[in-house]
Design a protein around this ligand. Structure first.
Ligand code: GDP
Length: 442
């Protein structure tokens, strides 16, 4: 995610590192590179100017120049300003009221709206909500069919009314049906168009006024850069959005839309879509995202991902072990195995602080293959080595590497990763069953 932005910012901040003293001129030089990376990532010009103004003001201030570790302080300033840009410290992503909650999802055609209905259902069901979908996109018959397929896949009822021309009626009947069935969240999948037009806006406003949804979310395609920002502005003028869901932030999206949209529209980002799978929706946390963009890691995000990957039984066992201060390489192996799902491993590595080297080692090979390789390394250790990894000296390392058919360096990297994971796992245990679902509050 946002690879070129990450690399750009990292190398910009690196130019400041190792300088005996930060002067105003070398500081400005480093910050110029920060500015360049943001512009290259397609962050809006006004947003960049504003951002750089704030960062420069703080960084060039006397305080930083006198600080003991000025580089770290500059990284800290950039991080803080990124968090502000992304919407400030996270609040609970969605608050649910008792009884029926109605969510209205809107967005341009192709933004990922229908898929997001499915993803949101997945997340809500994990939080023990009773969900129903309503096919109110009457423009595109295929959309109704698509929603039914998603509903079937997830075991979520889908309300549709073949032949009905008025989306307001469809939504109103869906609300009645949802009340009868004690549904707690009804999600309306509304019509999209290729571009914003008045007719679409009028239709959405009519649904908004007559059905009175509790939350109106706009789904925007993060790959479309500044166009996403513009369309968010237009939708917000018509509908007063409660939040944005930005999709397609996987792959080589540059990130400009994500960094600009909050400041330009004032609408908070609630979730981000990071893949085509129905579980590829993450609650959006500005702090975590800023950490990921700067390569500082996103521990809470990682906890979420791990939690969603392990089953309840396994999580309980793990927590018991951690409580006893007993997270061995065997447990680490179990963790690795449970993340042998498409894409998950790479995602986790991206959230670990300082995991660049291991990620690099694994790039070029597929990530799941990489995780399997790590499991292979643990397999060629003795039970004692797995329990007490500290005893692994050079000789043992070479033997393990030979056994697993890898370089001794890779054994080292694995141990490093284990050492990073262990405290994170401990923290997870401390967090109890919170984690992921803190995103949805009742
Ligand atoms: P709609 O017209 O807005 O309802 O859009 P769809 O839900 O049909 O999605 C359009 C395309 O985008 C589909 O091929 C989806 O699989 C894809 N898509 C949706 N969300 C994401 C995402 O977060 N990442 C990626 N890579 N693809 C997505």
């Amino acid at each position: 995610m946002f690879e070129s932005l990450q690399n750009g910012l990292k190398s910009a901040l690196k130019t400041l590192q190792g300088k005996a003293r930060l002067t105003e001129s070398n500081m400005r030089e480093g910050l110029k590179l920060v500015e360049q990376s943001l512009l290259e990532a397609d962050v809006g010009l006004d947003v960049v100017r504003d951002f750089m103004g704030r960062v420069t003001e703080k960084a060039v201030g006397e305080k930083v120049l006198l600080a003991l570790d000025p580089t770290q302080q500059v990284v800290g300033i950039v991080r803080d300003e990124l968090i502000t840009l992304l919407g400030g410290p996270a609040e609970p992503t969605i608050k649910l009221k008792a009884g029926l909650n109605i969510f209205m999802l809107c967005g341009l055609q192709g933004s990922g709206k229908t898929t997001t209905c499915g993803k949101l259902s997945t997340l809500l069901m994990k939080s023990k909500q009773s969900v129903m979908l309503c096919a109110a996109d009457l423009q595109r018959p295929a959309a109704i069919e698509q929603l039914h397929i998603i509903g079937k896949q997830l075991g979520v009822p889908v309300f549709s009314k073949p032949g009905e021309q008025d989306p307001v009626k469809v939504c109103q009947e869906a609300v009645e049906e949802a009340k009868k069935k004690d549904v707690t969240v009804l999600i309306l999948d509304t019509a999209g168009r290729l571009a914003i037009d008045e007719e679409l806006m009028a239709q959405l406003k009519r649904i908004d006024n007559r059905v009175e949804p509790d939350q109106v979310f706009l789904v925007v395609d993060g790959m479309t850069g500044q166009d996403a920002v513009r369309s968010a502005g237009a939708f917000n003028d018509a509908l007063e959005l409660d939040g944005l869901i930005m999709t397609k932030l996987d792959g080589d999206t540059r990130g400009g839309a994500l960094l600009s949209v909050r400041q330009v529209t004032g609408v908070p980002i609630k979730f981000i879509g990071t893949g085509e799978h129905l579980d590829a929706l993450e609650p959006f946390r500005p702090e975590g995202m800023a950490g990921r963009i700067l390569g500082l890691g996103d521990v809470l995000g990682l906890v979420d991902v791990v939690r969603s990957a392990v089953d309840e039984q396994q999580a309980k066992e793990l927590e018991a072990k951690l409580a006893a201060g007993d997270f061995t390489l065997d447990d680490f192996k179990k963790q690795l195995k449970s993340v042998l799902q498409p894409g998950l491993m790479m995602k986790m590595l991206g959230m670990l602080p300082g995991m660049g080297d291991l990620t690099k080692m694994m790039s070029g090979m597929d990530a799941e293959g990489g995780a399997r390789r790590l499991v292979g390394i643990i397999d060629s250790m003795t039970p004692q080595e797995r329990r007490i990894p500290k005893i692994i000296d050079m000789q043992r390392r070479q033997r393990i590497a030979r056994g697993a058919g890898v370089q001794p360096q890779e054994v080292n990297e694995l141990l490093k990763q284990y050492n990073t994971m262990a405290p994170i796992m401990k923290m997870m245990a401390g967090q109890g069953a919170g984690g992921r679902m803190a995103a949805i509050q009742q």
